[in-house]
Ligand binder design. Structure first.
Ligand SMILES: *[C@@H]1O[C@H](CO)[C@@H](O)[C@H](O)[C@H]1NC(C)=O
Ligand SMILES: *[C@@H]1O[C@H](CO)[C@@H](O)[C@H](O)[C@H]1NC(C)=O
Ligand SMILES: *[C@@H]1O[C@H](CO)[C@@H](O)[C@H](O)[C@H]1NC(C)=O
Ligand SMILES: *[C@@H]1O[C@H](CO)[C@@H](O)[C@H](O)[C@H]1NC(C)=O
Ligand SMILES: *[C@@H]1O[C@H](CO)[C@@H](O)[C@H](O)[C@H]1NC(C)=O
Length: 438
């Protein structure tokens, strides 16, 4: 459904594409829950759903997922869980399934959460990979061996094409499953995930078995292409009432990020380069005021490490818009504020500035992978002039960077075939096309 009656796609210049995943803050929890009852119901898939099935075989590796292991795309972190015993930490890999002759030895971790104890969580970094190369990899030696594959991203450069998926607020409902299925029909090389993974915290005691089911569910994509993780509020798992006072405990044990390679001090903010894009991941739930470690890192990142001549596309991922923050100096003087909703759980709006200011970034809010909190369709009326398109539906987006000047952003609605694009817009890059004010 198209809310607001007006559909205005503007071809604003993309200096920076900011992707946020707006979500409910504690302050409007009441509004959200009242709203949830009214909205189209969306329920979690049951524990015995096919997508949660434990792979066959004693101690079989499960919940396999990969993410970039360095900034340049020549390393990949492979993560998996063994349920019964530690097992072998080794990943064997190579460019053909018959010749996985290279080896990397990982580390493992476990954690307790109230009365839950995780399986053996393995992380293993494969290094010195070649760009744009298909690798096969296997783990579980000694008991049950499973084999997967991925293609490394191309060498970063000013005109390198790359197609990204954009997913947020995925959860593990039936809608989440269709979002993932539709996403898989696109030929994307990586997912930019803007936070809120499993929604395990919606369960009593934050039932961490729901972190396990989520990782088994997403394995069918996340084992085969890197997912770039952003922490959302549903990753906090802060529950002092049950003695869980360390924020992000399940998330940090399960989902490593290449933050050290990016000069960061915490896993929640970091950057990677893929193709012609420099991707900065920011942490909405870590301190970001002036002179905090995150602020300092971002300041240095933008001042010294972002090189628009090499990576003209600058993509900022964050979970929650910092509307009330003026702590970040790159936001200072930004004349555009794009948002679609009244502050409750915002599903998504694709919004472009109609501001003629050439420095205005394109701002995309996406956050409707299928989470159980339901669809937020309570948009402000009338639709504000700055809002180009908004729709309350579940789905995902793709960002198809063609070269240093052109990228196509598309929104794919569930209940359509994945090939049906509900919203699409060409973005042009101001860095390379400073005079284009289409
Ligand atoms: C999830 O989607 C997959 C692929 O479309 C399908 O095979 C599976 O049966 C679905 N599972 C559920 C529980 O909807
Ligand atoms: C954890 O505690 C809850 C509530 O008392 C209980 O239902 C559940 O079975 C317990 N789980 C384990 C693994 O002991
Ligand atoms: C783990 O598996 C690898 C690959 O098969 C093997 O070379 C290595 O010896 C195994 N390690 C142990 C401790 O069994
Ligand atoms: C929609 O949002 C407005 C403004 O925040 C609020 O007053 C109204 O109650 C909301 N409606 C529903 C159905 O949630
Ligand atoms: C960049 O891609 C756009 C869209 O595909 C195309 O029209 C344009 O010619 C390309 N530019 C160059 C320099 O190839």
């Amino acid at each position: 459904m198209l809310m607001g009656g007006r559909r205005r796609l503007c071809l604003a210049a993309a200096l920076v594409l900011v992707v946020v995943c707006a979500s409910a803050t504690s302050g409007d929890a009441g509004v959200t829950s009242a709203y949830r009852r009214k909205a189209e119901a969306t329920v979690d898939m049951p524990m015995d759903a096919d997508v949660f099935r434990v792979p066959a075989g004693y101690n079989a590796p499960q919940q396999v997922h990969i993410t970039l292991g360095d900034q340049m795309g020549t390393a990949m972190i492979v993560s998996w869980v063994t349920p019964n015993e530690l097992g072998n930490n080794t990943v064997m890999y190579g460019t053909s399934p018959e010749k996985m002759e290279m080896r990397a030895v990982g580390t493992h971790t476990r954690y307790d959460y109230f009365n839950y104890t995780s399986g053996f969580i393995h992380h293993c970094t494969l290094k010195n990979l070649k760009h744009s190369t298909k690798y096969y990899y296997a783990m579980g030696f000694g008991h049950t061996v499973r084999t997967f594959w991925f293609t490394t991203p191309p060498k970063p450069g000013p005109d390198v094409p790359f197609k990204f998926g954009l997913i947020g607020d995925l959860g593990q409902t039936f809608d989440s499953n269709s979002t993932l299925s539709h996403y898989e029909e696109n030929d994307c090389g990586a997912v930019l995930f803007v936070g809120d993974l499993s929604y395990a915290d919606n369960y009593p005691l934050h039932d961490n078995n729901r972190w396990d089911t989520w990782a088994r569910f997403t394995e069918r994509s996340a084992a085969y292409q890197p997912w770039i993780w952003t922490a959302g509020n549903h990753e906090l798992d802060y529950a002092p009432e049950i003695g869980e006072e360390k924020p992000f405990k399940p998330f940090t044990h399960r989902y490593p990020t290449p933050y050290r390679a990016a000069g960061s001090t915490e896993p929640f903010w970091y950057s990677v380069k893929i193709g012609s894009a420099h991707i900065v991941v920011l942490a909405s739930y870590s301190a970001y005021g002036k002179y905090t470690p995150q602020w300092t890192w971002l300041h240095d990142e933008l001042a010294t490490r972002v090189d628009r001549t090499q990576t003209p596309w600058l993509i900022i991922l964050m979970h929650s818009p910092w509307y009330n923050s003026n702590g970040y100096h790159y936001m200072e003087g930004e004349t555009m504020r794009v948002s679609s909703s009244s502050g409750s759980s915002t599903p998504r709006s694709t919004s472009c500035s109609r501001d003629t200011n050439a420095d205005a970034p394109v701002y995309v809010t996406i956050g409707d992978g299928g989470n159980i909190e339901g669809i937020a369709d309570n948009f402000t009326e009338p639709q504000p002039g700055y809002s180009a398109f908004r729709e309350a539906s579940f789905g995902h987006a793709t960002l198809d960077i063609k070269n240093g000047t052109h990228a196509y952003y598309a929104w794919h609605r569930n209940h359509d075939g994945a090939k049906v694009v509900a919203d699409g817009v060409w973005l042009t890059n101001r860095h390379n096309m400073p005079t284009d004010d289409a």
